[in-house]
Design a protein around this ligand. Structure first.
Ligand code: SF4
Ligand code: SF4
Length: 78
């Protein structure tokens, strides 16, 4: 399981999450930031600091938000 960055990041993209991630697994993509699901240790630190509540736990994703996990996997070549 991992945390996943969803739609609201596409307009905010401030990067607060990157500075708090203890395993440095968040990267800035062209349209949003992405969490590497193979490295994320599920600590939740990023979710706590996101100003637009864009970060969700994988098991909490709605069917519409599942596409953001697929986008992250594609970004990291997983
Ligand atoms: S803190 Fe939220 S809005 Fe900012 S880059 Fe991270 S996911 Fe995107
Ligand atoms: S849950 Fe923790 S390890 Fe995973 S991306 Fe967020 S800050 Fe990094």
């Amino acid at each position: 399981m991992a945390f996943v960055i969803t739609g609201p990041c596409e307009t905010e993209k401030a990067g607060e999450c990157v500075t708090v991630c203890p395993v440095d697994c968040i990267e800035e993509g062209q349209d949003q930031f992405y969490i590497n699901p193979d490295i994320c240790i599920d600590c939740g630190a990023c979710k706590a600091v996101c100003p637009v509540d864009a970060i969700e736990e994988e098991y909490d994703l709605t069917p519409e938000q599942e596409t953001y996990l697929e986008k992250a996997e594609k970004y990291f070549g997983i």
